[in-house]
Design a protein around this ligand. Sequence first.
Ligand SMILES: [Fe+2]
Length: 284
Amino acid sequence: MTIKIEKLPAALGARVTGIDLGQPVGAADLAAITRAWLDHIVLIFPGQDITQDQQLAFAGYFGDTGARARKVDDRPEGSELHEGIMLITNDKDGDGNYVGSLPDGEMFFHHDMCYVPEPHKATMLYGIAIPSAGGDTKFANMYRAYDLIPDALKDRLRGRTAIQTYNYHPTEIPDADGDMTDIHHLSQPIFVTNPDSGGTALYVNRLMTARIDGMAKDESDAILEQLFEIIEDPENVLQHKWTPGDIVMWDNRCSCHARTDFAPGERRYMRRCTVQGGPMVAAA
Ligand SMILES: [Fe+2]
């Protein structure tokens, strides 16, 4: 097989064919995939058929498996899976309980794990059962979003941080003025440099960014809404309609993603793992 990388007709994303991710990846193919990942931010590998261990082995070419925020005992998946694997599914067990995480419905744009000191740099999601309509994943190009911020606003935000937070609700952001004791939260730079590409990216999102540090709520909310509109503009977004067998791998440092709604009666079953990153690097 010869690897083939085709840029998609969108602000980000490429389709990679001619490679079986269930097999060891040779040095030349790995270099081509890594280059394409840095250039295109989101890679889609259609027609894959791999086990949990093969998925973790492929992710392992890019770094250590990312640890999940939820402790093993608190997970709906139980403890039988590898601890780095998350099932994203609306499947239920015999008692009617969900067997995975993030089971149903829409999910606002977010960066995976932006609320921890060392967020995962990559996420790898494998689509196994897909609804007939909806449940798409939308990806936004955060280099392009940064470039499109008006200069005056860029100057105002340069060097600033924002509070990133998460309460496991897919369409609701915690109140930064409320009790945050039991809610993940952490300040991160608003503009970040991806150390692997050297590019500057915007690092805020609608689901998790609660407040620009040092700003009143009204002022912060207005600026964040302006940034979210740049991020979520369809011109800045790739909307991926899943086919069973797709593996999608994205860079969390320079993209954010969202999920569209789908009918709860339709089965959706996906297997996710991540690659550990380092601390976010504030843009100079
Ligand atoms: Fe996510």
